[in-house]
Write a protein that binds this ligand. Structure first.
Ligand code: OKP
Ligand code: ZN
Length: 343
C-alpha cells in the first residue's frame, strides 16, 4: 500500500514537554517517523508519496471554526502579547466555570482551547498540523479512488484533539476528518478503530451523538492512564449515537492475549453494525517497552493485529498516532501494515 508523508512535520518540535514536574524533550518528536520511513523502505511496503495541499473545508465543517482560527494565529498572538516562550496553557476551564465565553486575551484563549498542558504550540505547529492532515486526506483520496488501503504517516498525531480543544500532542483530529470525508464520499457507515494505547477521547467526543460513525478503542484504563476523564466502558454513545461507541479499557501489564480477544470482539461488533469503510488510528504505544504506556504487546503481536484488521475486508485508511519506543516504532507500525496486507 502507499504511504503519504510530508517533511513539514519537522516544523512542529517544541523545546519541552511538562512531564513528571520537569521539562523533558517531548516524547512526540520528529525522529519517530524516521524509523517508520526506514522500515517502510526496507520492507518495500509501497511507494512513499508527498500529499497534495491540505483542504481545510472538511475540518471547518466538522470542527469548531473558532478553534481552527485560534490554532492558525495562536503562536503569533502569543508573541505579539509579549510572552517569552512557546505557547503553553497554564490552566484550563474547570468544573462549574463558564465554558460559554471565549476570553479576548490570548493567554485566556490558550487555556480555553487546550485540555492538556504538556502540549506546546510553536511557530511551526499549525503548518505541521495541516501537513499531517494533508497526509490523511491524501490517503483517504487514494482509498476513495479504489485502493484497498492507504497509510497516512501523520505527525503530529490527532486522536486526542476534539472539535475545540488540543492536547495530548494532538491538534487536528486526522482520523475523525477522514471518517467524515468517507461519509461525504458515499460510505453510509464508517468505523474508526483506535488501537493506540491511549483512549481516543477526541474522536469519541466528535462522534458521540452520531449513529453513522462508530468509534471503538482498546486502551489503558482511564483510572490509570491519560486521558483519565474519558474511555470507560460505560461510555456507549448518546442519542442517535447510542451503541456506536465502544471502549475496552485494560489495566497495567495487559499482554496481547486479552488485547487480541478484545480486538476480535470489537471487530465482530463493527461488522454486525454494518461498517462500509474503516479508519484505523494506528498508535503502536501498546508495545511492551513504550516509555509512557503500560501494555505488554511484543513486535510480532502487531503483525497479528494487522492480520485481524485485514480480515475485516474493508476499505481502510491508517492514520499514524502514537508510539514512543522510538527505535521500535518503525518495526511495529510496518508489522501492522504487513499483517493487514497478507491477511
Ligand atoms: C498521545 B498519543 C507523559 C504523559 C503524557 C500525554 C500522552 C499523550 C499520548 N509524562 N501524557 O495517544 O500517543
Ligand atoms: Zn498513545
Amino acid at each position: 500500500m502507499k504511504t503519504f508523508f510530508s517533511e513539514d512535520h519537522r516544523l512542529h518540535f517544541p523545546q519541552a514537554e511538562l512531564s513528571g514536574g520537569q521539562f523533558v524533550t517531548p516524547y512526540e518528536r520528529p525522529s519517530r517517523v524516521e524509523y517508520v520511513l526506514a522500515r517502510l523502505k526496507e520492507r518495500q511496503v509501497g511507494e512513499i508519496v508527498a500529499p497534495g495541499v491540505v483542504d481545510l473545508e472538511p475540518a471547518r465543517k466538522l470542527l469548531d471554526p473558532g478553534f481552527l482560527a485560534f490554532l492558525e494565529t495562536a503562536y503569533d498572538d502569543w508573541k505579539a502579547a509579549g510572552q517569552g516562550g512557546e505557547v503553553i496553557a497554564a490552566g484550563m476551564p474547570t468544573r462549574r466555570q463558564r465554558h460559554d465565553r471565549i476570553p479576548r486575551n490570548i493567554d485566556g484563549k490558550v487555556e480555553y482551547y487546550c485540555h492538556a498542558s504538556e502540549t506546546a504550540i510553536t511557530g511551526g505547529t499549525w503548518r505541521a498540523a495541516q501537513a499531517s492532515l494533508a497526509c490523511a486526506q491524501a490517503a483517504q483520496a487514494e482509498v476513495a479512488a479504489g485502493a484497498r488501503a492507504a497509510f497516512a504517516l501523520c505527525r503530529p498525531p490527532g486522536h486526542h484533539a476534539t472539535s475545540d480543544q488540543y492536547g495530548g500532542y494532538c491538534f487536528l483530529n486526522n482520523a475523525a476528518i477522514v471518517a467524515q470525508m468517507m461519509r461525504d464520499g458515499g460510505a453510509g457507515r464508517v468505523a474508526v478503530l483506535d488501537v493506540d494505547f491511549h483512549h481516543g477521547n477526541g474522536t469519541q467526543d466528535i462522534f458521540y451523538h452520531r449513529g453513522d460513525v462508530l468509534f471503538a478503542s482498546i486502551h489503558g484504563d482511564p483510572l490509570d492512564s491519560y486521558p483519565y476523564f474519558a474511555g470507560y466502558a460505560d461510555e456507549t454513545g448518546e442519542g442517535e449515537g447510542e451503541g456506536a461507541n465502544i471502549n475496552v479499557p485494560f489495566g497495567p501489564g495487559t499482554p496481547y492475549g486479552p488485547w487480541a480477544e478484545a480486538l476480535d470482539g470489537v471487530i465482530g461488533r463493527i461488522k454486525d453494525w454494518g461498517a462500509e469503510a474503516l479508519v484505523v488510528s494506528l498508535g503502536v504505544d501498546a508495545y511492551k517497552d513504550d516509555p509512557i504506556s503500560f501494555f505488554k504487546l511484543d513486535s510480532p503481536d502487531f503483525l497479528d493485529m494487522g492480520r485481524r484488521i485485514g480480515r475485516m475486508g474493508l476499505p481502510t485508511v491508517f492514520c499514524m498516532e502514537g508510539g514512543y519506543a522510538i527505535e521500535q516504532v518503525g518495526v511495529n507500525t510496518v508489522n501492522v501494515l504487513e499483517g493487514f496486507e497478507d491477511a
